[in-house]
Design a protein. Structure first.
Ligand code: SF4
Length: 687
């Protein structure tokens, strides 16, 4: 409380999509930024411990080629040669980039421009594929563009907040704090939590609906049918603004009679939820990975959006469907098109003229002809010898992808693998032929976009350690060596941001809502002091920052589809994976902070006491798709029978036997290609 923040730099937390503003100083003093619209000074346990991660051990400090220290010149030459060779041997389909929601928007923009514009390949995908690809696909189906219509303030202004597949209290803690404060101020505000587990977010909820894992479509389709039956549809809104209601209703009516059986929910609880939803105009339905990480993830998200379109509850204060992202800059990646299925600035291959306009803007010699390999397929292609060169940036797929035994085998046989990362704690780094040391949080400079479309600066306040450099610089240097010097002649992140903003203005002229053209004229000084800014800029057509005043909105029919893999006599439990409150991703930062490790220092598999084959604390073996996990058992009566929970954070470096993702089959959503990380059959027995 007595810390002196006068020397602090205003920056943004690197951990989650809430995107809290942080005041940080080189001496490790960290506080919430009272002037940031996301958090107004608040921080959660992870954000508050950022100061303890400034001197991380295990930094990658120098470039390495073939396991030996090399100069930057030699390393960048090696990358350019490796990619040239792969291009000569197999053309653009033979190379790929796997990037990360941890990159800053400028890094992300550079990577996407290199891949799609100059290597000519659609094979660039982001670890955001694991996080919110289903939300992106659902937004595009419903809104014609990947738009998050609402604001965090809507959660505070709502009379009913529905959390679906979101443990907000642990995964987006500051947003949860805002919600709790709003409920304290307005005790009439209701909170419904739809989650198989009784998580921390259920505490104090008006209603908990512990639905069967994977059955969200049945719940929201039945709700749509109920809204029709009870006369709660907003016919005026539907007629003037939307299309496709009839087909969506038909699918919903078919599911409704089975809803209680499919969801396993008690009919009284269902009826209460339906009644509250029908009667409460100011309703926000917020969802996260419990919805997205599913083979029906896109349909689940559309089923949620459908009930908001049906009631006209969108783009107005206290109303709307709201997807929150896991990573700090998943949204920035979506804006620059760093998913294999999108082009930059929300341009699309399937809209006539978009690809040509982008190629012209970039003066690109060979724009990728169409979408490329999406995360799971990219590593499958690597394993099958269909990728000659892969560059992994700022992410750890050896731990985070499903069926991770196969991912490790694919990495081991990669003909040419480049990994750029700030940390040696990445399991993926071990497989790399070329290792490039990247700047980390506090050292790098650029922008991020949070879950409510606010662009904030991440600012450097620490010197670069060793020879670490910015990701955008590495990408530009490789591009220059491949003969594209003119298109990658940026001198600073501000140069890249201006280009990104100018491209968005072009996209806006082609009808896209994503538009930060108003920032294209920022000079270095203006970029340096850029305040948190919500897009679009300028704010044409918005009401108080909310989107969707214009444009046609589409209902999407969401027929019932069961999860890909069901429990069986041999594997009677359904494994859900997820986060812990105090850990981030594969623990490459938070795993080094003692006070964040005290809550749960080792991975535990948690079962309902009646499913436990042994006492709490016993070592058990969890058997699933790949290498079994051996770890300690915990019990929790808040889990439903038949469900096991395992945190996703531990990689082989931190726990040789407690890894979750080898247990998961690599089933993906047919629309979004997002993997089903929350529904895998397993068995648990004493070890
Ligand atoms: Fe960081 Fe998210 Fe916590 Fe905010 S809520 S401090 S962005 S981890």
């Amino acid at each position: 409380p007595h810390a002196d923040h006068s020397a602090a730099i205003r920056t943004t937390c690197p951990y989650c999509g809430v995107g809290c503003g942080v005041l940080a100083a080189p001496d490790g003093t960290v506080a919430g930024d009272p002037a940031h619209p996301a958090n107004a000074g608040r921080l959660c346990s992870k954000g508050a411990a950022l100061g303890e991660t400034l001197a991380l051990p295990d930094r990658l400090l120098f470039p390495e080629v073939g396991g030996r220290r090399a100069s930057w010149d030699a390393a960048l030459d090696a990358v350019a040669e490796g990619f040239s060779r792969a291009l000569e041997q197999g053309g653009p389909e033979n190379v790929g980039l796997y990037v990360s929601g941890q990159l800053l928007t400028e890094d992300y923009y550079a990577a996407n421009k290199l891949a799609k514009g100059f290597l000519g390949t659609g094979n660039i995908d982001s670890n955001s594929r694991l996080c919110m690809a289903s939300a992106v696909a659902a937004h595009k189906r419903a809104f014609g563009e990947d738009l998050v219509p609402g604001l965090y303030a809507d959660l505070e202004q709502a009379d009913l907040v529905v959390l679906v597949g979101s443990n907000l209290a642990w995964c987006h803690p500051v947003l949860h704090q805002r919600l709790i404060a709003a409920r304290a101020a307005r005790p009439g505000m209701r909170l419904v939590v739809v989650d198989p587990r009784r998580t921390a977010s259920v505490e104090g909820a008006s209603l908990h609906l512990p639905l069967r894992p994977g059955s969200d479509v049945a719940l929201f389709a039945a709700l749509l049918a109920h809204l029709e039956k009870s006369g709660a549809l907003d016919r005026g809104f539907i007629a003037s603004r939307t299309a496709g209601l009839d087909a969506a209703l038909e699918a919903a009516r078919a599911i409704a009679p089975e809803a209680a059986a499919l969801t396993g929910l008690d009919p009284a609880g269902l009826a209460t939820f339906f009644r509250w939803f029908a009667a409460t105009p100011r309703t926000v339905t917020l969802w996260s990975q419990g919805v997205n990480q599913s083979t029906a993830g896109t349909d689940k998200a559309n089923a949620i959006i459908n009930v908001h379109l049906a009631t006209g509850r969108i783009g107005r204060p206290g109303m709307g469907p709201f997807s929150v992202t896991g990573q700090p800059n998943a949204m920035g990646g979506r804006e620059v098109g760093a998913l294999a299925t999108t082009l930059a600035a929300h341009l699309d291959w399937d809209r006539p003229g978009d690809a040509g306009a982008l190629a012209q803007f970039w003066r690109a010699p060979a724009l990728a002809r169409g979408p490329g390999l999406r995360a799971v397929d990219m590593f499958r292609a690597l394993g099958e010898g269909r990728l000659g060169a892969l560059w992994v940036m700022a992410t750890n797929p050896a731990v985070s992808l499903p069926d991770s035994d196969a991912v490790r085998a694919a990495l081991a046989r990669a003909p040419f693998l480049v990994v750029s990362d700030c940390s040696r704690a990445s399991d993926t780094l071990a497989y790399a032929h070329v290792r490039l040391p990247a700047l980390g949080w506090g050292e790098k400079d650029g922008t991020v976009t949070n879950s409510e479309r606010v662009i904030s600066r991440q600012r450097a306040f620490l010197p670069a350690p060793g020879e670490a450099r910015a990701d955008w610089w590495m990408i530009a240097e490789v591009a220059k060596r491949l003969g594209f010097a003119e298109a990658f002649a940026w001198q600073s992140p501000a140069d890249i941001f201006r280009e990104h903003a100018a491209l968005s203005a072009l996209a806006a002229r082609r009808g896209r809502v994503f538009d930060i053209g108003g920032l294209a004229g920022l000079d270095e000084a203006g970029y340096a002091v850029l305040e948190p800014t919500r897009w679009p800029v300028p704010e044409a057509g918005m009401r108080g920052g909310r989107l969707l005043d214009t444009g046609a909105l589409r209902f999407v029919p969401t027929p019932w589809r069961a999860p890909a893999h069901q429990a069986s006599a041999e594997r009677p439990l359904t494994l859900l994976t997820g986060r812990l409150r105090d850990q981030w991703h594969t623990m490459t930062r938070t795993g080094f902070v003692p006070r964040l490790m005290t809550g749960q220092p080792e991975p535990l598999v948690t079962l309902h006491p009646a499913d436990a084959p042994a006492a709490s604390g016993t070592l058990v073996e969890v058997t699933g798709a790949g290498t079994p996990a051996i770890l300690r058992l915990a019990t929790d009566p808040g889990l439903p029978r038949g469900v096991a929970f395992l945190p996703m954070h531990w990689g082989a470096r931190l726990s040789a036997t407690g890894r979750s993702n080898p247990l998961l089959p690599a089933a993906v959503d047919p629309v979004s290609a997002q993997p089903e990380l929350k529904h895998a059959p397993v068995s648990v027995r004493p070890w």
